[in-house]
Unconditional design. Structure first.
Length: 386
C-alpha cells in the first residue's frame, strides 16, 4: 500500500497518478515568434539558443561571460596508485577574475593499462568528500573508482561546496561573491546550481590540457541536485560528450507540470538558493513557465543522454522524468538519432542502453550506486564502440 498524498512544508504532495492535472507542454520545436523548427540548422541557429536563454532567465540564472585567467596546479601525482593499476592526479584549478581568485580542487584516477588517452567520467559530487577518497582507504559505491579503472575509464570528481557551498546562507561564498558579484545582485543571476555547472566546465578546461584524457570522451555524472546540475552543465557546454543524470527529479529531468512529488513551490521553499530568484514567480503558476524539463533534455541533442530513477523515490517522479525523455524526441529526430525508448515507463531493472537516450528505473531508494554506474559504463561502451 503506497500513500497517495503527503504533506510537507505546509503543502499537499501528490503521489497519485490519477490526480496529476492535465497539462500542455511548451512545444520544444515552436519558436517564441511562432515558427516550427524543421531542420537541425534552424534548431541550432534559433530555437536552441532561445531555450537556453529561457532557462537562464526563468530557472537556473544568467551565467558569466568568462574570467581573466586560469591555472592548473598538480598538487599530488601517484603513478602507481591502486596497486599500480592507475595514476592518481590531484589538481587544483585556480581561476581569477578582476583581481579575485577561486580554487577548485579535484581528484582523478587514470588507468595505466592503455595505449590511448582515456575516456573519463566526471562526477559532480554533492555528498561528502569521503566518497571520492584519493587514498582509497574509503571506498564508496557513489564513486566506484576501482570498477571504472578496471573497465578502462578514468574517473574524476570535484565537490560542489568548493564552487558554491550547498547552504542557503553560504552559497554565495565562492564563485559568486569572489568572481561574479554582479550576478549576485541580479534577479536572474545564477546561484548554486549555476556555479556548480560552471565549475564542471572548468574541470573540462583542465581535461583539454591533459594528454592522458580523451577530450572527445568526457562524460558528466550527477546525482539528485548534482543530476540537475549535470543536465544544466551539459546544456551549456557541448564539450561534454555524454551526460548522466541520476534521480534528478524536480528541475532536473522531471516534468514540472505534472506536479507529482516535489513541486516548483516546494523546491523553491527548501532550496531557493539553487536557482535564480526569478524561478520563485512560478511557484504557484507552473503552467506559465515558458519551459518544461523535456526542453532541458532536448538541449543534449544530438549527444547521448542517460537518466535514472529509483522505484521508491516517488519524490523525484520517475514517470515524469521518463516523459521528459519522450518529449525530447522531436529534437533527436531532427538529427536522425533513433532511440529505443518505449512509449511507457519501462519496468524496474530493465535498462535501455542501445539508444541515443538511455534510461533505467532501478529497484530501491534515491541513490547513485554500483548498479547505476555499471549501466553508465555499458551506455558509454555502446556509444564509444568499445
Ligand atoms: C532533496 C530535494 C531534491 C534532491 C535531493 C538531493 O531533498 O528535494 O530535489 O535534490 O534533495 O539532492 O539529494
Amino acid at each position: 500500500y503506497a500513500q497517495k498524498t503527503d504533506t510537507f512544508m505546509g503543502e499537499v504532495v501528490n503521489y497519485d497518478e490519477a490526480a496529476v492535472p492535465s497539462y500542455t507542454l511548451p512545444d520544444v520545436l515552436l519558436t517564441l515568434n511562432g515558427k516550427t523548427v524543421k531542420s537541425k540548422k534552424d534548431w541550432e541557429n534559433e530555437r536552441r539558443a532561445e531555450i537556453i536563454s529561457l532557462f537562464k532567465k526563468n530557472v537556473y540564472g544568467q551565467t558569466p561571460a568568462g574570467f581573466d585567467s586560469i591555472r592548473f596546479e598538480l598538487t599530488n601525482h601517484m603513478p602507481d596508485a591502486m596497486d599500480g593499476r592507475a595514476s592518481l592526479k590531484e589538481v587544483t584549478i585556480h581561476i581569477w577574475n578582476k583581481g579575485k581568485q577561486v580554487d577548485i580542487p579535484f581528484v582523478m584516477f587514470v588507468p595505466n593499462n592503455r595505449k590511448k588517452p582515456a575516456p573519463v567520467f566526471l562526477l559532480i559530487n554533492n555528498r561528502s568528500k569521503r566518497n571520492t577518497d584519493p587514498t582509497r582507504l574509503v571506498k564508496s559505491n557513489f564513486w566506484p573508482a576501482e570498477m571504472l579503472v578496471e573497465k578502462g575509464y578514468a574517473i574524476a570528481a570535484f565537490h560542489v561546496g568548493d564552487a558554491a557551498p550547498d547552504k542557503k546562507d553560504a552559497y554565495q561564498h565562492g564563485v559568486l561573491d569572489q568572481l561574479y558579484p554582479e550576478l549576485l545582485a541580479q534577479e536572474d543571476g545564477m546561484k548554486a546550481i549555476g556555479a556548480w555547472a560552471w565549475a564542471a566546465s572548468r574541470v573540462m578546461d583542465y581535461f583539454e590540457t591533459d594528454k592522458d584524457i580523451d577530450v572527445h570522451k568526457v562524460a558528466l555524472v550527477g546525482h539528485s541536485r548534482g543530476g540537475k546540475t549535470s543536465l544544466w552543465a551539459g546544456a551549456l557546454d557541448q564539450r561534454f560528450a555524454l551526460v548522466f543524470s541520476s534521480c534528478s527529479g524536480s528541475t532536473g529531468a522531471s516534468l514540472a507540470r505534472r506536479q507529482y512529488g516535489e513541486t516548483i513551490s516546494l523546491i523553491n521553499k527548501q532550496f531557493g538558493y539553487w536557482f535564480a530568484d526569478t524561478y520563485k514567480q512560478y511557484s504557484n503558476r507552473v503552467n506559465d513557465l515558458p519551459v518544461d524539463q523535456h526542453m532541458l533534455i532536448a538541449l543534449m541533442a544530438p549527444r547521448p543522454v542517460y537518466t535514472t530513477n529509483a522505484v521508491d523515490d516517488r519524490w523525484a517522479d520517475p514517470r515524469g522524468s521518463y516523459l521528459s525523455l519522450i518529449n525530447a524526441l522531436p529534437v533527436y529526430k531532427l538529427y536522425n538519432k533513433n532511440t529505443a525508448l518505449t512509449p511507457e515507463l519501462p519496468p524496474a531493472d530493465s535498462p535501455i542502453i542501445k539508444s541515443n537516450i538511455g534510461y533505467h528505473l532501478r529497484k530501491g531508494i534515491h541513490d547513485l550506486n554500483v548498479y547505476d554506474w555499471e549501466n553508465f559504463v555499458r551506455f558509454a561502451d555502446y556509444h564509444y564502440k568499445k
